[in-house]
Design a protein around this ligand. Structure first.
Ligand code: ADP
Ligand code: G3P
Length: 504
């Protein structure tokens, strides 16, 4: 068998191809950012055609850097930004509209319309999710209602929907020439349409949304052969054998296979996933119930998730909108120029607040300002906001699962920030631990693909690849921790009830 697995990580800010060896070590990487399109306040789009072009290029970069060819690749795994909706014409392969990104809030009026009959929890018992702009379902409805001719074409069976895993898979396996239209259970669980028990599309919910079932991909497991790369790809004839939404992939890549294990990823947003094994737990504390993974015919694993919309993107905002720093990594030095937050708290409710609050009416606020506060304090407050929001979701996990999380496994781009992770340990009061391979998202997809083709023999084979790189121990005293968190929660309360009904 070939010696490597290639993972495609189609993320919010970039697409990557990463080649792994049997030890789970990175052999080569290709990466390209794509344009973030903000046509109006609250709207976030990507050009799906650019994403597919970039995917092809990064595969070439990753193979080319180490002089490997498709013959060296045993299988391909795909992981992706979840919820981002692409709708395309199956006859031309052209998207009918830009991809509507998970952060986009334009569908609030569709959410309100659907919630008028039964509230935002209307479908929660079946799908584990409240009605919210975050999930793909209302984004599809928006396209059907606002793109000329889309409804008619969809009803004639000419349009396909997919999250970006399906979009990449369909194109990689041939597109208009017989591309495979499928997704995995983890991505399907983010649409609002999949019944968590049956793992099938739910006809009643589809009818309520007015979405034709013919648009939807087939729901498959996270680890099986979906198809082979077509002749136009550098990977031609290589099996595509793993698909996981990026947060579930990171959980898998962190080897959190068992109930009670968790990880927290620090990327554009933060996403804490807590594995609940074969049990579906419905949150009473603002978490989502979602699918963790399903390997072939084996039983499905469920999870609780705390999704935070704005964390790393707040650092990008300091860079791009305020010009306070010129690169994300500079935020640490600026934050270290002061001893504490100087009384300032930054609540980045740019897309409303996600878990555990779910308040679309919230908007961002920087509170506690005095003449004393300088840009160092603002940088510090931004980093602290990432950690406070994480504490909010950890509290919810502890309450739902009836446990006290004893340590937090972390990964993602912002975990290179020592100051952030020390404050995270301090404000949680438990150690924070980072593995050697911080690219756990791609690794998780590689694992799923490798298991399907026998490259790895089983979960034990994978668990032994996990190695601790660094650990941050809490050093703040309890009284201080609680005092800071009290102020944080007060700051959150100041952001609520901001958006009036007559303002989009
Ligand atoms: N040193 C740092 N401190 C804080 N945030 C950082 C740092 N380096 C990168 N980031 C943030 O991490 C995010 C990128 O992480 P990544 O895991 O690549 O994200 P994604 O998968 O969401 O595209 C960006 O939003 C960036 O602002
Ligand atoms: O691409 P990321 O890492 O920002 O992840 C996005 C999430 O999947 C959104 O739910």
């Amino acid at each position: 068998m070939a010696d490597y697995i290639l993972a495609i990580d189609q993320g919010t800010t970039s697409s990557r191809a990463i080649i792994f060896d049997k030890a789970g070590s990175i052999v080569s990487t290709g990466q390209l950012e794509h344009e973030q399109i903000f046509p109006k306040a609250g709207w976030v789009e990507h050009d799906a055609a650019e994403i597919w072009r970039n995917t092809g290029e990064v595969i070439g970069q990753a193979l080319g850097k180490v002089n490997l060819t498709r013959h060296d690749i045993a299988a391909v795994g795909i992981t992706n930004q979840r919820e981002t909706a692409v709708v395309w014409d199956k006859n031309t392969g052209e998207p009918v509209y830009n991809a509507i990104v998970w952060q986009d809030t334009r569908t609030q009026s569709i959410v309100d319309r659907l919630a008028a009959d039964g509230g935002v929890e209307r479908f929660k018992a079946k799908v584990g999710l409240p009605l919210a702009t975050y999930f793909s379902g209302t984004k599809i409805v928006w396209i059907l209602e606002n793109v000329e001719g889309a409804r008619e074409k969809a009803e004639a069976g000419d349009l396909l929907f997919g999250t970006t895993d399906s979009w990449v898979l369909w194109n990689l396996t041939g597109g208009v020439d017989g591309g495979v239209h499928a997704t995995d259970v983890t991505n399907a669980s983010r649409t609002m349409f999949m019944d968590l028990e049956t793992l099938q599309w739910d006809d009643e919910i589809l009818a309520a949304f007015g979405v034709p079932k013919s648009m939807l991909p087939e729901i498959r497991s996270s680890s099986e052969v979906y198809g082979i790369a077509n002749e136009h790809s550098l990977l031609r004839e290589t099996p595509i054998a793993g698909i996981l939404g990026d947060q579930q992939a990171a959980t898998f890549g962190q080897a959190a296979f068992e109930a009670g294990e968790a990880k927290n990823t620090y990327g554009t947003g933060n996403f804490l996933i807590f594995n609940t094994g074969e049990e579906i737990i419905h949150s009473k504390n603002g978490l989502l119930t979602t699918v963790g993974y399903k390997l072939g015919d084996q039983p499905v694993h469920y999870a609780l998730e705390g999704s935070i919309a704005v964390t790393g993107s707040l650092i990008q905002w300091l860079r791009d909108n305020l010009g306070l720093i010129s690169s994300a990594s500079e935020v640490e030095e600026l934050a270290k120029s002061v001893d504490d937050n100087g009384g300032a708290y930054f609540v980045p409710a740019f897309s409303g607040l996600f878990a555990p609050y779910w308040r679309p009416d919230a908007r961002g606020a920087l509170v506690g300002l005095t003449r004393y506060v300088n840009k160092g304090h603002i940088a510090r407050a931004a980093l602290e906001a990432i950690a406070f929001q994480t504490r909010d979701v950890v509290e919810a996990v502890n309450a739902d699962a009836g446990i006290d999380l004893t340590e937090l496994r972390v990964d993602g781009g912002a975990t290179s920030n020592d100051t952030l992770l020390q404050f995270q340990a301090d404000i949680l009061g438990v150690p924070v631990v980072r593995p050697v391979v911080a690219e756990t998202t791609a690794l998780g997809a590689a694992y799923a693909a490798g298991l399907a083709v026998g490259f790895w023999s089983g979960l034990d084979d994978l668990a032994k690849n996990w190695q601790e790189d660094k650990r941050w121990e809490p050093s703040m005293d309890e009284a201080e921790r609680e005092r800071l968190d009290r102020s944080w929660k007060k700051a959150v309360s100041k952001t609520l009830d901001w958006v009036d009904e007559d303002v989009a």
